[in-house]
Design a protein around this ligand. Sequence first.
Ligand SMILES: [Zn+2]
Length: 384
Amino acid sequence: MRSLARDLVCLLAAVSVSLPGVAQARPDDTEVTALLRATLTVDKPRVGANEPATVRFTLQNLSQQPLSILEWETPLEGVKNDIFAIEHDGHAVAYRGPLFTRGLPAPESYVRLAPRESVTAVVDLARFYAIDEPGTYRVRLRGRVSDLGTEDAAVLAASAQTARRLRPRPLGSNEVSFEQTGRRTAPPEPPPPSRRTAIAAAPVFQGSCNAADKAAVETALDKSRIEASLAAIGLAFLPTAQRPLSQRTTKWFGSYDLARYELVVRNYVAIYNGLASRQITFICEDAGAHCGADIAFVSHLDPFRIHLCPAFFRLRDDGPDSKPGAILHEMSHFQVIAGTEDHCRYMLACADLAVASPGLAVDSAQNYAYFAENDPYIPLRTDE
Ligand SMILES: [Zn+2]
C-alpha cells in the first residue's frame, strides 16, 4: 500500500531532481526497469478445482516524475495477448485467450502515474490459460511497455500517431506460484473487461490505532476490494439463463427476481467503487462505551468513516466472518453506497433470511459480506 508520507517526500525531491533523457527521448530497456516496477501477488496460494486462479498485478512508477504508460500488453487492460509465462510441473501452460492486433494508441490507452504512485489490476488466469490439472503453477509476467514518457498521454498518443510506430520493450515481474487442488471442469468463460483500478488514496487512521492495527486494516481493505470486484463482475457477467439457477446467489440473496438481482449488482459496483476509489477513515476505538462486544460501526449518513472496535482485530484475515468481510459490510451501510441494514449477523441466520425474506436479504449488509467471502465455496455458475 502506498505511503502518503513517502509520496510527499518524493514529490518534494522531484522539484529539484529531474530525470534526464526521458522527456525528449523514449527510455531504452534498462531504463524501463529503472522507471517501473511490475509486481505479481497471489491472493490464495491454494485454489479449488473451479475457483478463479487470481493474480494481482501492480505497476509502480519508481521515478520522481509523472509518467504516462501505454497499457497495451500489461494486465492493466485485462488479458488481450499471451502476457504471462505459466509453468505446471515444469511444462509451459497453453494460452487460450484472445490475440489482439493493435493499431495506434489513443490517449485513453495510457495510464498516468504520479511519482511513486501505483496502479493495480486483478486477472483470473484460468479464463485465459489451460489451468486445468491439479498441481503447482508458477507464474510471471512477460508483458511489454510499448510507449512511455513524462508527457501527457495526449502528447504521446499524438506523437505515436505521427510516427506510426511504437517500440515495445519487455516488462517482466517476480515469479509467484499457487496450487490448484483439483481438476478444473468448467469451460473457460469469455474474457472479462479490463479491471484497471487506480489504487485509492491511502486510508486515514484516527483514534488508538497502532502500527500493527494499521497494517491489518490495510491488508484487509486490499482484500475487500478484490472480493467486491469479483462479486460485481461475477454477477454482472453471469449469463441471464443461469441467474435463476445460481446456487451462490440463491444462498445469500434468495429466490431469483430480476429487480432484486439488478439491485445486488448495482450495490456491489457501488461497494467496490467506495472501497477502491474513496479515501476511507478508520477510527480505532477502545473497548468500552462505544464498542461493547461489537466489531465495528458506522453512521449511514457519515460516509467513509469506519469505527473499528477491538473485536475487529480478533477476526480472521480470511474466510467467513473475516476482516475483509467486515470492511465490505460497513462500506455497504453508507447511504451513498448501498444503504444496507443489519437484518442478520451470523451465517445460519443470514442464510435463513435469504429463504424467508429475499427482499430483506438484498438489503442486509452481512449477506453482501458472506456472498463476497464465499467460504465455504459455493459455485456462482451452474457449469462450475
Ligand atoms: Zn452492520
